[in-house]
Design a protein around this ligand. Structure first.
Ligand code: ADP
Length: 491
């Protein structure tokens, strides 16, 4: 069954077409009647016009429905729409437009997918960046160009809000902000960097952060963050705890004073005795020999000090090349004993040895390892009062060679033991017993642990004595070829 399209515009068109056909039919019917005076002919003309109009209407409706059907089907193709008669052009244009909109829609969908992918990558980068900043040990703050806090890393939250009662994992940026506001110097630094009051974009200040009863010296560096046009985006503030740095400075100053003292004393003696000898004030040959001997001892002392400093610097900077060889440990220990014996005799100290009867095969740099044992033995002699005992022992323990340097000296207080191997560290209570630089044990530690895979331990009781125990792997190794000679300063 044929339906007239419901669309009102279409209805109007069809009505106009029918009306026009009926009017034209009526005009022709009247004209026919006027010419032929035959009502029959006039009725035929009118009927023909009406039937023609009806057929044309049906054809239009059919074409219209086909056109609509064509437009509704997917994959519109212009050649399929060409045979749609009356609506061919209309359908063809509509199809072209629809194709165009479809393409635009696909492009928009592709664009949206690309944007979503970019947003997801950005979010991931953002998370990575935040995680990286959180992993930093240094507290870090980022404020916007108006000084408003935008980001704090984990260290900053822990650091600044340490005084507040909120658990560490729940500290918010507002708590950090509140803590920062209480540090006037830091707040000023941020304000001035935002206001560009300084000539440069980077400013550094030092301030003290109150943590419980402690005032921690800190350094904060604020750097302006700028866009390509130089506009201020914000300020990043990096804070660091400078306690270690300040302690290192103090230790360095102590070291310089200690080294100066160590150098001055023997140099003054050498100068005085050399002048005596040069001016001929000492005629007696025995006395002259005594002065030469003294000068020689002082030169040895100076040489030892300088070489300790040089060797430590070389090991720490990694330029020290070791020449490890297969050898017998007791041979190295005996040579070390011979080096220290004169100073032990000077103090009437009983220097004894209990070396293992077993052959102790080791793979060591004999000069360096010997130096470490000499340092331990000479410390034992230095910090043991006259008439005391110093004993060097060696033994085998499963696959390890163990060396003990034991003395009956003044001992080391328990609180000083953890810092004993630090560079320039000297035990205050023992300072008067002997001059020193606090370098000897650092060197021993480096030689034993870094260069020989060994371990060093210390047991001590004040006023009873000290025992340093060095343990290194036992056993010979294949001789290594092409190794360089050690750049060891002879001591
Ligand atoms: P120093 O040049 O001062 O002797 P070391 O690094 O050799 O430097 O030793 C560090 C400190 O350890 C010494 O100042 C001393 O107080 C203490 N010390 C080292 N060995 C002994 C020991 N056998 N007995 C007591 N104190 C010792």
């Amino acid at each position: 069954m044929t339906h007239i399209p419901r669309n009102s515009e279409a209805r109007k068109g069809i009505t106009r077409l029918l009306t026009a056909s009926v009017v034209v039919g009526a005009v022709f019917a009247v004209a026919t009647y006027a010419m032929l005076r035959s009502p029959m002919a006039a009725a035929l003309v009118l009927t023909g016009a009406i039937v023609g109009a009806a057929v044309e209407t049906l054809l239009v409706i059919r074409d219209s429905r086909k056109a609509v059907a064509r437009m509704r089907c997917s994959g519109l193709e212009s050649d399929r729409t060409l045979g749609i008669g009356l609506y061919a052009d209309l359908v063809s244009e509509a199809c072209r437009r629809l194709n165009q909109y479809e393409q635009q829609t696909q492009e928009a969908v592709a664009c949206k997918t690309r944007l979503e992918a970019r947003v997801s990558v950005r979010r991931k980068l953002d998370r990575q960046l935040k995680a990286a900043l959180d992993a930093l040990d240094h507290p870090l703050l980022i404020v916007d160009s108006h000084g408003q806090l935008q980001f704090t890393n984990r260290a900053a939250r822990d650091w600044f809000a340490a005084g507040c009662e909120t658990p560490a994992n729940r500290r918010s940026e507002s708590q950090t902000l509140c803590a920062i506001d209480h540090i006037a110097a830091l707040a000023d630094l941020i304000e001035q960097t935002c206001a560009r009051e300084s000539a440069t974009d980077r400013r550094t200040i030092q301030f003290e952060l109150k943590h419980a009863a402690e005032a921690i010296p800190c350094r904060a560096t604020a750097t302006g963050l700028r866009d390509d046009d130089g506009g201020l985006l914000g300020v990043v503030v990096a804070v660091s705890d400078i306690r270690d740095e300040q302690q290192a400075k103090t230790r360095h100053a102590e070291f310089v004073s200690s080294v100066s003292h160590e150098l001055k004393t023997p140099m003054a003696g050498i100068k005085a005795f050399t002048e005596l000898l040069m001016e001929g004030d000492v005629a007696d040959t025995d006395e002259q020999q005594e002065l030469y001997g003294y000068i020689n001892t002082q030169v040895d002392r100076l040489t030892r000090l300088v070489n300790n400093m040089l060797n430590l610097a070389r090991i720490e900077s990694g330029v020290m090349k070791t020449q490890r060889k297969d050898c017998e440990l007791n041979d190295v220990l005996k040579r070390a004993l011979d080096v220290v014996r004169p100073s032990a005799e000077e103090k009437q100290i009983h220097l004894t040895s209990e070396l293992s009867d077993l052959y102790l095969p080791v793979h060591i740099d004999q000069d360096l390892f010997g130096q470490a044992v000499i340092n331990l033995l000479s410390n034992a002699v230095k910090y043991t009062p006259e008439g005391g005992d110093v004993c060097l022992r060696s033994r085998m323990e499963s696959d390890l060679a163990v060396i003990d340097v034991r003395d009956s000296g003044m001992g080391i207080p328990a609180e000083a033991v953890p810092r004993l191997f630090e560079r320039f560290y000297r035990v205050e209570q023992n300072n008067k017993a002997a001059a020193g630089t606090g370098l000897g044990l650092s060197l021993v530690h480096e030689i034993v642990t870094e260069l020989h895979n060994g371990v060093i331990d210390v047991q001590s009781t004040v006023n009873q004595g000290t025992c340093f125990t060095v343990t290194i792997p036992l056993g010979h190794a294949q001789p290594m070829r092409g190794k360089q000679e050690p750049i060891l300063a002879a001591t």
